[in-house]
Ligand binder design. Sequence first.
Ligand code: ZN
Length: 315
Amino acid sequence: MAHTILGLHHVTATVDDAQADLDFCLNLLGMRLVKKTVNFDNHNVYHFYYGTERGAPGTIWTTFPYKGYGVRVGTKGAGQVVTTSFSVPAASMDAWRARLREAGARHIEEIGARFGEDVVRFDDPSGLWFELVGSDRDTRAPWSGHGVGAEAAIRGLHSVTLLVRRSAPTVEFMTSVLGYEEAAISANRTRLTAGGDTPGHVVDVVEDREAIPAINGLGTVHHVAMAIGSNEEQLRLREELVSLGIGVTEVRDRCYFQSIYFREPGGVLFEVATIQPGFTVDEDLASLGRGLKLPPWEEPHRASIEANLVPVEYR
Ligand code: ZN
């Protein structure tokens, strides 16, 4: 039975320097920092969540800045999300090109039209592959509080690109178990959608038989999370994954959502996360991202955690 995936929830990457990450995501891309917390699996490292005003599922980009912890630079390859694409109004693409050039963004490259939409790619400071996709079909409200006006501001995630050696098992799994639909195929790229076909609902599966295996590390995406409507639905999906012999974690409390993690057949780490409770559970909307928020089980260690984190500045 296919389960009800509503679309993308968030994408999480390992990055290098915390301040460079904040400067890039806030000042250049104009996203909102909706939560400053720590990696729940390593409280010495920040976990930054960026998004639109509330950090709605489908708009969230999250990073672990691991500089200084001896993490090697990762390798982009098969079994990984290699590209994260953000949605902007089609008419703003030239303004974005100018903004990226002016800011000295690295490896700006014209992709041209993909499935009828204009695409430009560039690297983030850690070498992550980003794209801006111009779309007139994205009705999500933008965040315009960081110097990019509403006419151009990022609407949220557009899509992710998974690189796999063979796309058929991945496509079969995502359509039969997760409820994705095949929306389009072009050369070695299969476009899948769930919960709608507008930006934020899209996963592209790219096949490359010769691709080297991905290695997790700085400058690579760690996982992509899809949104699911309820804890009950998440448990039903988990049971089905278990019955299919797929290794899946217990439900983990991420404070802002509940999560399960597993690998799809191509090796990409997937998370399925609930919509609730969201980022206003421990901060009000106006002050999202201002304070260091810790999960309740880390609060007793706040003083030592704060002392170990590198200081950062942002407005
Ligand atoms: Zn996640």
